[in-house]
Write a protein that binds this ligand. Sequence first.
Ligand SMILES: Cc1cc2nc3c(=O)[nH]c(=O)nc-3n(C[C@H](O)[C@H](O)[C@H](O)COP(=O)(O)OP(=O)(O)OC[C@H]3O[C@@H](n4cnc5c(N)ncnc54)[C@H](O)[C@@H]3O)c2cc1C
Length: 504
Amino acid sequence: MNERLAKISVDRYTWINASRNVEVTPRRFFFPADVEDLRLIVREAESRGLRVRAVGSGHSYSEAPKGQDFLLSMKKMRGLQKTDPATLRSAWRDRHLVSAGAGTILKRLTRRLDAMGLALTNMGAVDFQTISGAMLTGTHGTGIAKPAVPDMVRSVRMVATGGELLQIEPLQGMTDPVLHAAAHPDLRLIQDDAVFHNVILGFGATGIIYELTLEVEPQFWMQERRTLVDWQDLRAALLDGSFMEKVRGTDFVAFRVNPYAVKGKHRCAIVEQTIVDRSQQPRGLHARMRNIFATVLGNIEYLVENTIRKLQLKPEGVKKTIQLALWSTKDMSYFGKSHRVLYQSGNAVIRYGISAEFAFPAHAEKIVEVIEAIFVQAERNAAEAGLYQSAHIPVRFVAPSQALLSSAYGRETAYIDVPLLFGTVGDIEILEGYQEMMIRLGGIPHWGKHNTRLYQHHDFIRAQFARLDDWIEVRDRLDPRGTFLNDFVRQMGLTRLPEIIPGP
Ligand SMILES: Cc1cc2nc3c(=O)[nH]c(=O)nc-3n(C[C@H](O)[C@H](O)[C@H](O)COP(=O)(O)OP(=O)(O)OC[C@H]3O[C@@H](n4cnc5c(N)ncnc54)[C@H](O)[C@@H]3O)c2cc1C
């Protein structure tokens, strides 16, 4: 191994994901600082018949980042600037395009955008992920007309097999091929819909992404209202169509439901977020801060600690704690910049939790069926196995995606999440039980959430992803030596390459 590679790597380094359920000690762990480092790493791996994977923030609960040979951290490859207009097609020059280093953390990215007078169109509930990691597993927020992260991306730069540099875009992508060829002779431009829509949601299985271009918005302000209702009322509103009207008529809508009934009722919180003009900001502290009760409790982790203690000492009590947690988030008028309002978690979540999440068509009847199946399963787990859920069930809505392996491919989608706090007794058992149940109901597990049961359901994967064969064909064509494969991709049945990858 040459001097530079030795300098930017360590051996015997054990990488553990944020939720501490995935761990690996690769042959060598690298901290590349630039694209030349990435090319060296890929060439070194291929010369020895080894495989290469990258990790972002390690905020996937799934085994997607797990790489046994060369594993690399993208943290040093960060930064954000307006996209250079020199090689853009003329129709793209007035659009809001920014190019980000793959390892840029969303929190930094949203703050940097803000300083530039810009904002992401949408984001997930937290901002600790890297932009490449968030894109590659299909991270989403809520908003039935709003894209998930991969669908906000317009161009991707990647180190592929042989250390080749590729810039990948849809056929009608932003770059003028003639201008590009003159400006970047060493960066091969591929403008191809299937290749682009493979790579943007592809777990890094075709190469190491080092930069991506996002289409963003001028900075905007939002108002949030969180109201409490009982499930019976929300159920009725779902079935008579009025709730789905609200979902379509409001910029961002989600709801959360207590899986347990307290005094016969399942409490729900509806979160509505509307884009508003800055001049509409209400006066007072309450408009600038989320419900002070929720903020304080969330940040000192009182609710989390209390829930975990309850789970250990008096598990039945957790039903009321979830009720209290939902009540404490009630809020009529939080107002702020988009990245602050879209961020939906207390600080406590940074240290806690694991979840499995499932995509269904955004049909009210299906949502009701699934929520009520969760109620039954939660009670059954408690009664038969003494296993309790420790958090509410969030339901979010997302626009159709074009990414070939998106669980929202070509359809409006409702995502139903089952999060558990760190320390929940039997957490993996609970989540695996939900995976089997949801798969039976047609729910597609999120690629970045806990999803190991999916390894046993290749028929289900085949039935759910209409473009699966296209995704596999592109992956195997771009990476015929299997340099960027890992066990996750194999166990999901997402390659046709033979198990033993030929050496150099
Ligand atoms: C507290 C918490 C809240 C969450 N909230 C949401 C939410 O609201 N919505 C939602 O959809 N998801 C959510 N998630 C899931 C999370 O957004 C995704 O799993 C996301 O992929 C994590 O990003 P990361 O940077 O940590 O990537 P990692 O988990 O490190 O990696 C994800 C995948 O990308 C690959 N990869 C990363 N960077 C590169 C690169 N540069 N080149 C090649 N491959 C690369 C990895 O190999 C892996 O396959 C949440 C997770 C946590 C822990």
